[in-house]
Ligand binder design. Structure first.
Ligand SMILES: C[S@@+](CC[C@H](N)C(=O)[O-])C[C@H]1O[C@@H](n2cnc3c(N)ncnc32)[C@H](O)[C@@H]1O
Length: 310
């Protein structure tokens, strides 16, 4: 049977005209159509099957539900049939109640989502949100990075370096531990990150050419330096003019065991000390703030400091 004849036949039934008219505004699930039209599920499914067969409507599975909508890719002939069906449905006695019921069902669908978000308003960041994580936010923020050269000093096995290497032109990861450097380099190779280079060296005298990088990062490594002020002065030398430094470290704390447990040389830093050392190293536009606080004792707080090379 030609598609024109099939469509004419499909639209010869008033219920199918009603269904086409209902799908004009939004995509609707079989259950919702059932509620609007008060027809049984199997009858509706049969009608929808016929309409889909003529390519007047399309279906989308969403878990256990199937949503239907008017075919957005309908050709000229099918589009004409759809418009005729919508016009025809307006002359049916069920038109008014169908439209009222449809409005109610669609409103309730919207309200369901609103009710949920209204319930969690004010504690949004404390409740579970599917797919929402700091890791995902990190990836999103990374996309904003321009193609720069980064020195990650005291890089460890390269957790951050690897992330950065996915966006940056080049990342040089410096660490003084031979084993960590070997492990990090092997992992970078395995992950195909050719622009991530591990170098063994001290963060106070990094094995990196002066004036060669756009960004220096010291993530939880400055408190291992023998002389943090000297380390910041060395970092400044690596940077090109207007290059940036970013430091993540611990705010000054009294948890003595950190020496023994984590090999820390310094028990974090006061904001004023970091500010003074950065200024002395030739940085301007210095910004320092506490960006995280742990809920568990000893309640470490994370400090983020940044500056731009003069
Ligand atoms: C706490 S880890 C931080 C690793 C990484 N930056 C991060 O945020 O996950 C400190 C790292 O600094 C390295 N480190 C300690 N003293 C150093 C120094 N003087 N020069 C270079 N690296 C050092 C350690 O080997 C270790 O990998």
């Amino acid at each position: 049977m030609s598609s024109t004849l099939k469509s004419l036949r499909a639209l010869s039934d008033p219920t199918r005209l009603r269904i086409v008219a209902l799908l004009e505004k939004d995509e609707i699930s079989v259950n919702e159509l059932q509620e609007v039209t008060r027809l049984g599920q199997s009858r509706i499914s049969t009608h929808l099957g016929l309409l889909a067969d003529c390519k007047l409507v399309t279906a989308r599975r969403d878990g256990k539900r199937t949503f239907y909508k008017l075919n957005p890719q309908a050709d000229d002939v099918a589009s004409e049939f759809i418009q005729l069906a919508i016009r025809g449905a307006k002359e049916l006695p069920e038109q008014a109640s169908d439209q009222i019921n449809l409005k109610r069902v669609l409103n309730r669908r919207r309200e369901k989502a609103e009710v949920y978000f209204n319930q969690i308003a004010g504690r949004f960041d404390r409740v579970y949100g599917p797919g929402r994580s700091w890791q995902a936010f990190g990836h999103l923020l990374l996309r904003m990075l321009p193609p720069i050269t980064v020195a990650d000093l005291g890089a460890g096995e390269g957790l951050l370096s690897e992330l950065l290497a996915r966006r940056c032109k080049k990342v040089i990861a410096v660490d003084n531990s031979e084993k960590i450097v070997a492990f990090g380099a092997a992992k970078a190779k395995k992950n195909g990150l050719k622009n991530l280079e591990f170098r063994q060296g001290d963060l106070q005298t990094p094995p990196i050419e002066a004036n060669s990088v756009d960004l220096v990062i010291l993530s939880q490594s400055l408190h291992h330096a023998e002389d943090p002020a000297a380390a910041l002065a060395s970092s400044a030398k690596l940077l090109k003019p207007n290059g940036q430094i970013l430091i993540l470290d611990l705010l000054r704390h009294n948890f003595d065991k950190a020496h023994e447990l984590y090999g820390d040389r310094w028990l974090g830093f006061a904001e004023s000390d970091l500010h003074r050392w950065l200024e002395a190293a030739g940085f301007r536009k210095i910004e320092i703030s506490i960006v995280a606080a742990e809920e568990q004792p000893p309640h470490f707080q994370t400090i983020l400091a940044s500056g731009e090379k003069l």
